[in-house]
Design a protein around this ligand. Structure first.
Ligand SMILES: Cc1ncc(COP(=O)(O)O)c(C=O)c1O
Length: 453
């Protein structure tokens, strides 16, 4: 029976080697290991194992319920039109987080190319060993100036920023009170910390007040919320949250991944959108991977003391590689664009496109969350997972339109949807084509007569 690992094989081969005049080479030793493994039944035991059957069952189940997630392969840069493998011509893209159309902006691409020549490809280090270049510091200063905060720390991604934040800032005596629909990375970040965890119903301020009341004995109370919720396109009621934070002596953490760059007049996010400024918002986490060029990277910006502690304690900062120089340099250019006239025009165009799409869809009778003046994330509610995935396929195959159906576990059971994301890069004609395709498929599947979910 196959029981022994490589070490046992090596030991027996080495003792054989020692008993011979001429030692075996490493190649010969490994050859012996592989031939023994092949005859030992190790492969057979994997395909016959409980683990194998469990995993196969998971995949089969996902296929049957219509929740299986397949990747479509793009062979062009990101943009309002992309080439997708398996389609003959370019398709209209309505599912990227490329809200401002900066993913392939010439100035951004040029800045990345320049950095490749002047700062190289990679740094092969975490930030605090030898992974900090002048451009990383410059980028952190740009983010701080843009948000009007005290300091900023850049992470390899916002997932990392969220994973690092709570554990570094809160202890077991503290409490974190989190919206139930917060992004998975916030949920995971909270799981990693030892603070008491309370969840309030999605954007329900009465429930939040109740949970804050419950947490009054904790040393510190921290409310954690998405700024804009990525699956529903809801905007967190920041005035109310700030008012409750004052009343119950709590602090606020907000994730602005789906708002930085375009929500609010300057594009700084939810607080600006609701016109509130509160000393209690101690940290904003956001991504460089969506509206801000869409490459990769995230940041925490806020109180200097918070950022100082994150630099000492946030594990993804301490134990994961630095941001690539080309991304850091291109992101500096992105912040320059955001603060320029061009940035203002891109924001205006995005909102104009959003209102156009939302009002046409409402007129057509679709269940579209968020109303005419909601954000550029537009969930078209369908309910059934298989229908959402089928309609997304039909959109691509029949109309050359790329959208994605979302279903459980990304959204709750029975609330499957096609999520449309608008961009400043879309033309009015692009949006009209999308609405016309929705109307055609909506009629075919009898969706326009359904009740709102
Ligand atoms: C609300 C929210 N937070 C965090 C993240 C993670 O951001 P990143 O892609 O930079 O890791 C995402 C990305 O999907 C997000 O939507």
């Amino acid at each position: 029976m196959y029981r022994s690992g490589l070490s046992t094989i090596l030991a027996s081969r080495l003792s054989y080697t020692l008993s011979k005049d001429k030692p075996l080479s490493v190649k010969e030793i490994l050859k012996g290991y592989y031939s023994m493994q092949a005859t030992s039944g190790a492969t057979k035991s994997w395909t016959g194992s409980t683990l194998y059957h469990e995993l196969q069952g998971t995949l089969d189940g996902a296929r049957q319920s219509g929740t299986f997630k397949a990747e479509r392969v793009i062979t062009s840069p990101q943009g309002s039109k992309v080439n997708v493998e398996g389609t003959s011509s370019s398709v209209l893209n309505f599912c990227a987080n490329n809200y401002l159309g900066l993913a392939n902006h010439p100035k951004v691409v040029e800045a990345a190319k320049r950095a490749l020549d002047t700062r190289g490809f990679g740094l092969a280090s975490v930030r605090f060993i030898c992974g900090t270049q002048d451009i990383h510091k410059e980028l952190e200063k740009k983010v701080t100036d843009f948000h009007g905060t005290e300091d900023t720390i850049v992470f390899p991604s916002c997932f990392d920023a969220n994973a690092g934040f709570f554990e570094a800032i809160l202890g077991p005596e503290d409490a974190v009170i989190s919206d139930e629909l917060n992004h998975a990375s916030i949920i995971d970040g909270i799981r990693l910390c030892k603070a008491q965890r309370l969840r309030y119903k999605h954007m329900d301020m009465e429930d939040l007040a109740g949970k804050l009341e419950q947490a009054q004995k904790a040393r510190i109370r921290l409310i954690a919320t998405d700024g804009v919720f990525s699956m529903d396109g809801d905007i967190a009621p920041m005035q109310e949250i700030c008012r409750l934070a004052e009343k119950y002596d709590a602090f606020i953490f907000v994730d602005e991944c789906h708002s930085t760059g375009f929500l609010g007049r300057k594009g700084t996010g939810t607080a600006e959108h609701w016109n509130v400024s509160s000393d209690r918002i101690i940290c904003i986490n956001s991504t460089l991977g969506k509206a801000l060029g869409g490459a990769t990277g995230g940041f925490s910006t806020g109180k200097k003391l918070i950022v100082d502690v994150l630099r000492q304690k946030a594990r993804p900062y301490l134990f994961s590689n630095t941001l690539a120089p080309s991304v850091a340099a291109a992101s500096i250019t992105v912040f320059d664009i955001l603060s320029s006239k061009e940035g203002e025009e891109l924001r205006e165009k995005l909102w104009k496109n959003t209102v156009h799409f939302r009002s046409r869809m409402e007129q057509a009778g679709f269940d579209v969350r968020g109303g005419v003046h909601g954000p550029p994330i537009v969930p078209v509610m369908l309910g059934d997972a298989a229908l959402a995935s089928r309609m997304a396929d039909e959109m691509l195959n029949e109309f050359g339109i790329y959208v994605i159906g979302f279903s459980y576990p990304v959204v709750p059971q029975g609330r499957a949807r096609i999520r449309v994301q608008l961009s400043a890069a879309h033309s009015t004609d692009d949006i009209d084509k999308l609405v016309d395709a929705f109307i055609s498929l909506g009629t075919r599947h009898n969706i326009l007569t359904r009740n709102k979910l």
